[in-house]
Design a binder for this molecule. Structure first.
Ligand code: HSE
Length: 415
């Protein structure tokens, strides 16, 4: 098979950029070489000779010999300008910038169509796990029921280290930063934003629906407190930050990012530290489980490398599942069983939001309520810093129908 020779213009030489350089050095069989690296800061010591670097983006974007732009910078706005210009100039693009892609998905689709240039981003979701191309090529939309997983390495690292090695939250976060797992603004990780951006990309490729980030509810790990951590310890559970998207009986997509309790017999229980995992459920294939390193220089570079390799034979996403209608389920119709921690004095008010309460606990200042609540009510409760939720599970169909008479038509059922 004839493959294309690739001349790469690389934007960014941080953790992943440097990882890619090394990975390319070790894969000489791949006919791809970096010609120019554009970076922002001039006075920074780097592991390559100064001749490699330029500070002028036009040296890549206007270089006719460069046919592939690899964008690995931090700033999502600058990244979007680079990607837009590169696609306009007919260059293929590989990016790992989930925030930029999630915030500009529609525009990026248009640009790919208009200029007929491929744009690949396997590294943007779960680093080393090959999920985007799998969803795009292998799984048919109609047959996919759900996708759920741990999609952020830093928060999984923090949750693992605080639970098993008694590190403080700050110590574990600092380690995640030193290891190159965290975003330069780590609140994107800890606040659940990064997981939400990744979920948006997964939904686009799993179900063909393009959402805006604001349409997906998220809560990260930065609001977790002692009450829910103690609850997990006492019951032998772990807390994992999980992203979920599933289709309900009406064919509508339900999606959210929340911390969850997982028990020992749950496959996600063993997924610790920087590992990510995804479970895909199809009508006939049933459940399939993917696991791999979710952050870090080489695991992320390995996905970038795979995209580069695919571009040698002109691979592109075709977005065959794309639906113009937004088939998102209203949050009033999504039912969750959660533990909600709140100030003690708010107990009555909180209880009134639950459809059913199963357990109540109070100490001098704080309280928690366990029960069934709609996503809409949960969202309205989680607006203050002193309230935090952890998902227990999704109520089953029998439990949901129990509430149907009381609360109108129920739109989804979980098997
Ligand atoms: N900050 C991200 C994470 C990097 O921790 O998962 C990989 O996307």
């Amino acid at each position: 098979m004839n493959t294309k020779k690739l001349k790469i213009g690389l934007f960014g030489f941080g953790c992943v950029g440097h990882g890619l350089y090394e990975v390319l050095q070790q894969t000489p069989g791949l006919d791809a070489e970096i010609k120019t690296i554009v970076v922002k800061q001039k006075n920074k010591s780097r592991r390559l000779a100064p001749e490699w670097f330029s500070y002028d983006k036009s040296e890549i974007l206007n270089d006719a010999e460069i046919n592939l732009v690899v964008e690995l910078i931090d700033d999502p706005d600058a990244a979007f300008e680079i990607v837009k210009q590169a696609l306009c100039n007919g260059k293929a693009v590989v990016s790992a910038n989930k925030k930029m892609i999630a915030e500009h998905f529609e525009e990026l689709l248009e640009l790919q169509k208009q200029f007929q240039t491929p744009f690949l981003y396997e590294a943007a979701v779960c680093a080393s796990i090959p999920i985007i191309r799998n969803l795009e090529e292998y799984y048919d939309n109609d047959l996919l029921r759900s996708i759920e997983g741990i999609v952020n390495g830093s928060t999984n690292y923090i949750l693992s280290k605080t639970a098993s090695e008694n590190l403080s939250y700050q110590q574990a976060l600092q380690q995640a930063q030193e290891l190159g797992y965290a975003e330069s603004n780590p609140r994107l990780d800890t606040g659940g934003f990064d997981a939400k951006f990744k979920l948006l990309l997964l939904i686009a490729h799993a179900f063909g629906i393009v959402l805006q980030p604001e349409q997906i509810f998220h809560q990260g790990i930065n609001k977790l407190g002692e009450l829910e951590l103690n609850y997990a310890r006492e019951k032998g559970l772990k807390i994992k930050l999980k992203a979920r998207a599933f289709k309900n009986e009406a064919g509508k997509v339900c999606a959210f990012v929340l911390p969850e309790f997982v028990s020992k017999n749950d496959k996600f229980y063993q997924v610790d530290e920087v590992y990510n995992a995804l479970q895909i459920e199809g009508c006939f294939a049933d459940k399939q489980f993917f696991v791999g390193r979710g952050a870090g220089a080489y695991p992320t570079a390995s996905a970038v490398l795979s995209d580069i390799s695919a571009l040698r034979y002109n691979y592109r996403y075709e977005y065959k599942k794309r639906q113009e209608d937004n088939e998102m389920e209203a949050s009033e119709n999504i039912f969750l069983r959660v533990l909600l921690r709140h100030p003690r004095e708010a107990s009555d008010e909180v209880r009134s939001k639950f459809l059913d309460t199963e357990e109540l606990y109070k100490n001098k200042e704080q309280a928690y309520t366990i029960g069934i609540i709609t996503l809409a009510e949960l969202q309205s409760t989680l607006t203050t810093e002193d309230v935090s939720a952890v998902l227990m599970d999704l109520p089953n169909s029998a439990e949901v129908s129990q509430y149907s008479e009381k609360f109108g038509e129920i739109a989804w059922l979980q098997e």
